[in-house]
Design a protein around this ligand. Structure first.
Ligand code: XMP
Length: 327
């Protein structure tokens, strides 16, 4: 049987009991596959890699080595949460790599979106290879492949975007415990493994992260504006019942300034664009009808709390014609 084909008899994992049965089965399978050898995992903190990490920690504990690369393009609080959950709470073997300067230096002055993606992907692999090279006795590479990845690569839909896709010359045997699961099932399993809700129910986040939301050539100043405004947007959506209801929402910052006025003086600043969309498969998307009063409140917070920003815009464009991300 092709191990990349989900058997028709496989029940959809919708309950904690079904998740626990899956976890027991996978823990056994992982132990059998890995024995007493070591496994390496690139842990981004996204749903899929976090669930794979939690499953492997349960199965083999410290034989798992997680590498978390902070490329400087993560959302506010994400690297801290990875350290808190995996190192402090789950006692995992976690290597934290601060690669912020490396990424931002390589990206300096690069404005073309696909070039930015390529640099981020390449640099990620370089950093990961360097870390792997420092370790001894690694036999396995764990990956958070899920079933749609298999289906989409089969159909040639996506050579897609994922940072963290490892080069083929990596000579490790793969451990892919959630490769036959759909996203909703991965979330149910993550919840049963005790991962926090804001990790399990996280909205999709592109591999190149805030790099494709800091439009044009990335500067540290605008990157901070994206990170801070995104944090305010997420906080307000959570407070106002939109978290979990709206499929994806974020801010983006173009590389232009406009004239404004602050404390009676001319204040040139960047505009923040809010995008909030709903979709089933990310191929088409509609715009969420966000209450005007909430938009006014968010505008007020962003323009007062985020240095360098003097306007807030709301993107009314469906996909098509706009893509979900701006780059
Ligand atoms: P677009 O902008 O193509 O986005 O309408 C569709 C979905 O894919 C996400 N996206 C990415 N994900 N790497 C990723 O892992 C990328 O380079 C990338 N670009 C877009 C986007 O956030 C949306 O959910």
């Amino acid at each position: 049987m092709d191990s990349n084909v989900r058997p028709e008899s496989m029940q959809r994992i919708t309950t904690e009991a079904l998740a626990n049965a899956f976890i027991d089965e996978q823990v056994k399978a992982i132990k059998e596959q890995v024995g007493d050898k070591k496994v390496l995992l690139a842990l981004s903190g996204g749903v899929d890699s976090s669930v794979v990490a939690a499953l492997l920690i349960k199965a083999i504990g410290k034989q798992l080595v997680c590498v978390h690369v902070n490329h400087g393009l993560l959302r506010k609080g994400e690297p801290e949460q990875v350290i808190e959950v995996f190192r402090n709470q789950m006692d995992a073997n976690l290597i934290y790599v601060d690669a912020v300067d490396r990424f931002l230096d390589r990206l300096a002055g690069v404005a073309e979106p696909e070039k930015k993606r390529k640099i981020i992907g390449d640099e990620f692999i370089r950093v990961f290879e360097e870390e792997a090279g420092k370790l001894e006795d690694i036999h396995f590479l764990a990956q958070g492949t899920i079933y749609p990845d298999i289906l989409e690569s089969k159909d040639g839909i996506k050579a897609h975007h994922n940072v963290g896709g490892m080069p083929e010359e990596f000579d490790f045997e793969l451990v892919e415990p959630v490769k036959l699961l759909f996203k909703d099932e991965v979330r149910v399993v993550g919840k049963a493994l005790g991962l926090p809700d804001n990790m399990v129910y996280r909205q999709p986040f592109p591999g190149p992260g805030l790099g494709v939301r800091c439009l044009g050539a990335i500067t540290r100043e605008r990157l901070e504006c994206v990170r801070e405004s995104d944090a305010i947007l997420r906080e307000e959506f959570a407070k106002n019942g939109l978290q979990g209801k709206v499929w994806q929402y974020f801010t983006a910052i173009p590389d232009i300034k406009s004239v404004g006025v602050k404390d009676g003086k001319r204040y040139e600043g960047y505009p923040v664009i809010i995008r909030a969309i709903n979709t089933k498969d990310a191929m088409t998307a509609t715009v969420e009808n966000v209450p005007f009063e909430l938009l006014e409140h968010i505008t007020d917070r962003i323009t007062h709390e985020v240095d360098g920003v003097n306007r807030v815009l709301f993107d009314l464009t469906p996909k098509p014609i706009g893509t979900i991300e701006w780059e």
